[in-house]
Write a protein that binds this ligand. Sequence first.
Ligand SMILES: O=C(O)CCC(=O)C(=O)O
Length: 436
Amino acid sequence: MSDRINKIESVARPIRRPNTSAARGAWCDGVTSEKGDGGGHPYASVHFVVLSPAAAAGRRGSKKLPQTEHHSVTLPLNRYPTRCLLLSNNKESEHYTMSTGSTATSTTTSTTNGGQAAGILKLRGGEQFLKDIDEKGYTVIPGVIAAEKAKEYEDRAYKWLESFGKGFKKDDKETWKVENLPTFSKGGLFNRHGVAHEQWVWDIRSEPALIDVFSKVWGTDELLVSYDGVNVSLPFLDLDKHFKDRAAPWPHVDQSPNRTFKHCIQGIVNLAPNGPDDGGLMVLENSTPLYNEFFEAHADQRPAEGWSWRDGHSFSDEDLKWYEAKGCKWKKVEAGPGDVILWDSRTVHYGAAARGQRPRVATYVCYKPAKNIRPEKLEERKQALADYSGTSHDPLEFRLTGTNQAGPETPDEKQLPKEPAVLSERAKQLVGLVAY
Ligand SMILES: O=C(O)CCC(=O)C(=O)O
């Protein structure tokens, strides 16, 4: 066995073969128990099944090879994918790449962790906000950043927008038009122009109290951070003129249906007062525990090659009716300057455009334990920093975003930050440039 598989457990659950061609060969049947090793490293016992080549090819009754082998092992969670080296008859016989939880069922999820969502996060220290995320799918932590500091960041966001010289002036509402701003999407989502690497954005990411919040989430302060974008949602005078459905809801989750466990906690640092009519986060309350059930109930939507591993899934009106029939209700998450909003990536959500008179100003943040990154992704992070590229939320299993990926949308669009961040030692750790 490879050194990552350090313990064989007895088979604890009946086998359930996933109905995907990707499962041919070997598949994980479910996490049968979750453990920590005392050092904050989460492990799970995973039962998986190896199908012999004969059985995989459908040749039943082959005497030469067993049709199936059943294994349960202890795997470190968060390693996506985990390389498993299986032994058969004491000989190395097969190499398989597996993702823990890749086909585990929601039944397993609910029975393995005392009714709470099982998964890759360890609850530590009984923090109420962690319980809130588990119970409601989201939470607001007040005053993580002092209000005066939040105001400074808000001003720096406006200065950044003014620095493009396209006509926007924070103090003149007549200039609050889409055409006076650099390219953005939805009601005010900016992830181009190298914004992920502006000094003010890195300063926010490096705020010790913010890092502390995510340290509590993961039980370690040795974290990597996403190169996420920012949001300035103004009550625009011309929102629909340029892009008709900018203000339309875009309900989605930021997790692949293949990842059946808690995988990522997303965050927003809220910088301006944010009430019911301001642009901001909408969550479908109680949608989190229904995540696996939704995808099982909508297996007809699954492509022939299986659900995508891309961490994202959008929901149609019809899909939402399924959630609503189960009692889920939309809620606008309100927050004050300096508050941090956290939510489980399985929670159905979207960023609403402004309906009232006030601007929304916020940055997106997401941290995960550095030890769980794959070496190739670490190199990709370093390159993305050098290129001023952005990333999707999960700092470990990310996609690149921003101008370098999609190309400029306007001739004047560049990938260069206006004030490229000079990284502190702490920020370099959060990149992965300096090892922990
Ligand atoms: O802007 C928001 O509040 C939500 C943005 C969003 O949907 C996301 O970051 O996944």
